[in-house]
Design a protein around this ligand. Structure first.
Ligand SMILES: NC(=O)C1=CN([C@@H]2O[C@H](COP(=O)(O)OP(=O)(O)OC[C@H]3O[C@@H](n4cnc5c(N)ncnc54)[C@H](O)[C@@H]3O)[C@@H](O)[C@H]2O)[C@@H](O)CC1
Ligand SMILES: Nc1ncnc2c1ncn2[C@@H]1O[C@H](COP(=O)(O)OP(=O)(O)O)[C@@H](O)[C@H]1O
Ligand SMILES: [K+]
Length: 448
């Protein structure tokens, strides 16, 4: 069974771009009712989370402004001191005096950079709650158009937008509160979301085969080279994540690895004679020249599942088509840029282009890792704590994804599951963790 990508029927975790959100709005038709529900949700969130202070609602020209006006009405009913100002005539000095500013200037309809007057208003706010997104934030990409304020929290509706999860948007939103305003799930289905927030509801980990032996659980071979520690980290992760056999293939006489990792000094051609050796990790600590040669050789052998990382990616800098036939690539931003050119303002579009060009599931790593399938489905990961940004964690991720592949998962869900479990392990390890702390935690969170 191929453990495939699972789209929840409820579309939980689906992300809607501003264009898709507008389509949903048009299909639903009843904007007034949705706006009423949105405004009530904003007011409730404020009343629950904030002290009663004078509130100033900055209202824009579209539905975002409409949501803000409805929220003001509910706040006033509950006895809150609240004023509404049209953003065109509002005064920054008045904004600065407000105890709480509700930013309802622009949401999904943002179509150009903010002008100086709007920026001066938003800059003056000391304590701001954003409606849908902080005004100036592009909901599709998480990029800032001219300026966007820092929100204490953001209330959004129906489904989150990619810009809530992609940096710098994620940081500017503060906590994102997703509120149901009665948009039918069938309409979300008709819009056809193709970007998702990563979570375990998108994949199922294969159960361990109770009647199996080490080879039925799959074998992963990891090429080791100039920095053998990197390959060992990948190997430790692969073993803990349930690969039955893990071999390090080292051309030279590298020092003995940990007990339980098999060290092979055979030439690559010899290793390829074993038909069970289907899953390969190429790149971590291998050396760029060696990685280029090894990758080319592996790609001549049909039927292999190859994960290319680190030096194998650098070896293909400027010639990404050399990666065709690889199953998963895991570039960080530097490796990605060397391969495909600048990422630009839209990280999802960049990852999709790379996946389409190479045919490989592309894991564009970072604090907001994007995983893209060659046919275009994209997933944004948001569970990685900042302390995951430490040397060697990328090697662990490679070994982890390779183990999930060898356990029978298809490449896209294996990549999604690997990235999510990697973040979950780092959360469990806590601040100050090292890459080598992750494998033992993976041992207990990767069992099906
Ligand atoms: N889609 C839905 O299901 C719902 C959406 N709602 C709200 O509707 C919002 C989207 O509404 P709209 O499509 O009316 O869009 P907005 O309210 O974001 O604003 C669109 C208007 O602002 C103008 N504009 C855009 N960028 C500008 C700039 N930089 N400077 C000056 N003017 C600019 C546009 O020309 C347009 O007139 C959402 O963000 C959300 O707050 C809610 O009412 C509830 C339901
Ligand atoms: N600021 C951050 N917050 C959370 N995770 C991060 C951050 N920066 C990087 N990461 C994650 O840390 C890992 C680093 O991988 P990589 O750059 O390949 O490092 P290395 O080569 O040292 O193993 C990736 O999984 C990446 O998604
Ligand atoms: K807004």
């Amino acid at each position: 069974m191929a453990y495939s990508f699972e789209r929840p029927e409820s579309f939980t975790g689906a992300l809607l771009t501003p264009v898709q959100m507008a389509q949903a709005d048009a299909l639903a038709g009843d904007t007034a009712r949705l706006m009423e529900a949105a405004g009530r949700a904003i007011a409730r969130s404020i009343m629950r989370r904030c002290k009663k202070v004078p509130v100033l609602v900055l209202a824009g020209p579209g539905n975002n402004g409409g949501d803000g006006r409805v929220a003001a009405r509910y706040l006033a009913w509950e006895g809150w001191p609240v004023r509404v100002r049209d953003f065109r005539t509002a005064d920054p000095a008045e904004v600065a005096r407000a105890g709480l500013v509700v930013d309802a200037i622009f949401g999904a309809g943002l179509s150009r950079d903010l002008d100086e007057h709007t920026i001066s208003l938003l800059r003056a706010a000391k304590n701001l709650v954003a409606v849908d997104v902080p005004s100036g934030l592009d909901g599709a990409s998480g990029q800032v158009r001219g300026f966007a304020p820092q929100a204490a929290f953001t209330v959004t509706f129906v489904r989150k937008k990619p810009g809530h999860l992609l940096f710098p948007g994620r940081a500017l939103c503060g906590e994102v509160l997703l509120r149901d305003i009665g948009m039918p799930v069938s309409i979300i289905g008709r819009v056809g979301p193709d970007i998702w927030e990563n979570s375990p509801s998108l994949f199922t980990l294969p159960p361990r085969d109770t009647g199996g032996h080490k080879y039925t659980s799959g074998e992963v071979t990891i090429l080791s080279g100039t920095l053998p520690g990197a390959a060992r980290l990948a190997a430790m992760a692969a073993r803990r994540a349930g690969a039955g056999m893990v071999s390090l293939a080292a051309a030279d006489a590298s020092p003995l690895p940990e007990a339980g990792i098999i060290l092979r000094h055979d030439p690559l051609d010899r290793l390829l004679e074993d038909p069970r050796r289907l899953h390969w990790v190429v790149g971590p600590g291998l050396g760029v020249a060696a990685a280029g040669v090894a990758l080319a050789r592996l790609l001549q052998t049909p039927g292999l599942a190859i994960l290319a990382d680190a030096d194998a990616l650098t070896a293909c800098a400027g010639t990404p088509k050399k990666l065709r036939g690889v199953c998963v690539i895991t570039p960080h931003e530097g490796e990605f840029t060397r391969l495909f050119g600048t990422i630009g303002p839209d990280k999802i579009a960049a990852a999709r282009r790379a996946a389409a060009l190479t045919g490989a599931v592309t894991v564009l790593k970072g604090p907001d890792t994007v995983i893209a399938a060659p046919e275009g489905t994209a997933v944004i990961n948001a569970n990685a704590p900042p302390w995951l940004a430490t040397g060697g964690t990328g090697d662990v991720l490679s070994g982890l994804i390779a183990a999930l592949l060898t356990r029978g998962m298809a490449p896209f869900p294996a990549a999604c599951a690997g990235v999510w479990l990697h973040g979950a392990a780092a959360q469990e390890a806590g601040p100050g963790m090292l890459a080598e702390d992750l494998p033992s935690i993976l041992g207990h969170i990767t069992q099906g």
